[in-house]
Design a protein. Sequence first.
Length: 534
Amino acid sequence: MNISSSKPIDSNVTSGENKSFWTASTLPIVFEKLNQNIETDILIVGGGISGLTTAYCLLKAGRKITLVEDGYIGSGETGRTTAHITCALDDRYFELEKIFGKEKAMLAANSHMAAIQFIANTVKHENIDCDFKRVPGYLFLSGSDTKETLEKEYAATKNAGLLTEMLEQVPALESEKEKWCIKFPDQGQFHIMKYLRGLALAILDMGGNIYTETKAEEISKEGAKANGFKIKAKHIVVATNTPVNDWVAMHTKQWAYRTYVIAAKIPKGILPYALWWDSGNKNSKWIAAPYHYVRLHELDKDFDLLISGGEDHKVGQADDENIPEEERYTKLIDWTKKRFPAMENLEYKWSGQVMEPIDSMAFIGKNPGDENIYIITGDSGNGITHGTLGGIILTDIITGKENPWVDIYSPSRTTIKTAGDYLHEAGNMVAQYADWVTKGDVKDADELKPGQGGIISSGLKKIAAYRDEHNNLHTCTAVCPHLGAILQWNAEEKSFDCPAHGSRFTPKGQVINGPAITDLKIIDVKEELETNKI
Ligand SMILES: Cc1cc2nc3c(=O)[nH]c(=O)nc-3n(C[C@H](O)[C@H](O)[C@H](O)COP(=O)(O)OP(=O)(O)OC[C@H]3O[C@@H](n4cnc5c(N)ncnc54)[C@H](O)[C@@H]3O)c2cc1C
Ligand code: FES
């Protein structure tokens, strides 16, 4: 089967308007759509790193799988990653020690190191040409942080058995010369879409079935429906980044954040290949303090691409800090230029979504209350290793093999980070429903220029309105079909985003990210005009 499409594919190659370097520099990975009823041993829903790794591991263990993806392979958050492959957890080991104790923090460190090694082995074994490299990573202090953070983290990484070192300077960063950092040796980086392509080919080779443009609906313990056909399965793995099989339980244990990336040319040889992270903005209003993450990727014989990310905020809440989406890119460019002054013109910019779990650890295992439905979610900024671990752990659970990490990642665990954090985030979720009584951000549909969207109040209704490039107006309800919060317009990715649990919709109302599973209801403008002027 030919897995790359050379035909132009429209907007849903990725989950937003802006294309990442990874998807822009490779052909879309496309399979046939499901067009008949099928029966399979294990159904995997989702074609990102979590779904594909799970398929790969299960096939290696001798099981039969079918994977369905509603877009194309990598068209979710995996195609928008920055692909640092690291055990330097963005929620810090000293926090893990506090929540789970030293032994479990050590298990977490082992698991991420094992995930890095798994990727290195798979690249070698499957001969995947994906620019994989072993690189060091450097965690340095942000301007708002103190050395105590690094000291605590250094001690905790040592307790966890990692071979970290404390350095007096941050390698290659002129502006951070006087600052201490922690070096994490033997980390990794790759071109994510090339890696996914390699995994997909290996899956086909081992007899796995993959269908794209195939959306799983009505997921149950018997299987699912897709494209009007039945998929019967003994086990169902929901690897959709945010679960789409559960209405409430998991969505009170994690929060969706939007994070931004810029990529600019930089002359080759100026910087070594490495990963850099700052320790996060301690003055931020968000519980998951935004941090910056930087790496290089080969571009051509003269240039590398400097890829820098950060400036996160809770989904649909960019304006809460009076920093709209576009300004986040400007801030990111300024921050990066200051530390990497040799960077040249901007080549790419994109944003994506990460799920921040309440207690820092991903959720991998049986969906609470289900015997044969499994989930991989709560990726945090470490979704490449978490997604890889998802494949390893679920394969062991399904095949009945002992695995030391099952308990620490169990979605049914009851650990709660701190009551303060929990209440703050829960309170933030509830506050989003206040938008029901506030005005929309656009007074009148006439205000919208082609390519613009916004929320209009019409009587008691809230309308998600979008004017397309041909000046046609599209109107849907602005009420999220998940649990009824009011959507916000994301001008950068041209989507309507839900500030409560992170569901997202195209300008015309098609669902892109769960937990919502249905599209927005279309509103007839003529009818609306007769009752309320919009
Ligand atoms: C900007 C950014 C930078 C990041 N940087 C890093 C990094 O440097 N290192 C790191 O470790 N992590 C990073 N992450 C996190 C990491 O990239 C993600 O956590 C990870 O890629 C998620 O993979 P996934 O397979 O779980 O989800 P996804 O890639 O989102 O895959 C889920 C798939 O499920 C599909 N789907 C959804 N519903 C259905 C349905 N009903 N039927 C069929 N298919 C469905 C979607 O279309 C999607 O393709 C970053 C994330 C972002 C956004
Ligand atoms: S995602 Fe839960 S209300 Fe919108």
